[in-house]
Write a protein of this length. Structure first.
Ligand code: FAD
Length: 116
């Protein structure tokens, strides 16, 4: 089994990237300033140009073209991102994730306090 000091493969890179993106969305402001919105749009639009898995980047870029990013606030952004991740899950034959549970997964943890 590969361990941490090997270069990341596309699966490890994917998990790390989704962790970054979902966590960033979970803590994005409820009412972002125009500058915060513009920065979030830049971050999202940079992924298809820079993500170092070219077919992943191309498909994501196509999906973002068809579904304009919702940078209006953290609830909308979290949902938009969940839906985009579900598109990738479907493509890879994985289960889709219930987008009502993004805060539980990425911000609050389960109500049983097991993440506290
Ligand atoms: P991941 O899909 O990495 O998910 C990590 C965790 O996120 C899950 O354990 C779950 O708890 C949670 N989660 C799952 N779905 C959602 C959701 N919809 N919303 C919120 N949380 C969720 N791999 C390819 O082989 N081909 C591709 O074309 C491809 N495109 C990608 C495009 C992007 C932009 C990114 C960031 C990654 C892409 N990947 C692609 C990688 C792929 O999505 C997975 O990250 C990788 O296969 C590892 O999967 P995993 O099962 O560990 O969980």
């Amino acid at each position: 089994k590969r361990v941490g000091n090997c270069p990341p493969d596309s699966e490890e890179l994917g998990r790390a990237t989704w962790t970054f993106l979902h966590t960033t969305a979970a803590y994005y402001p409820e009412r972002p300033t125009p500058t915060q919105r513009a920065n979030m749009l830049s971050l999202i639009r940079a992924i298809p140009l820079l993500y170092p898995c070219s077919h992943c980047a191309d498909d994501f870029g196509q999906d973002v073209k068809e579904h304009a990013p919702d940078v209006s606030g953290r609830a909308g952004l979290s949902r938009w991102l969940c839906e985009r991740h579900n598109e990738v899950n479907k493509k890879l034959g994985k289960d889709t994730f219930d987008c009502a549970r993004t805060d539980e997964r990425w911000k609050d943890g389960p109500s049983d306090g097991s993440c506290d």
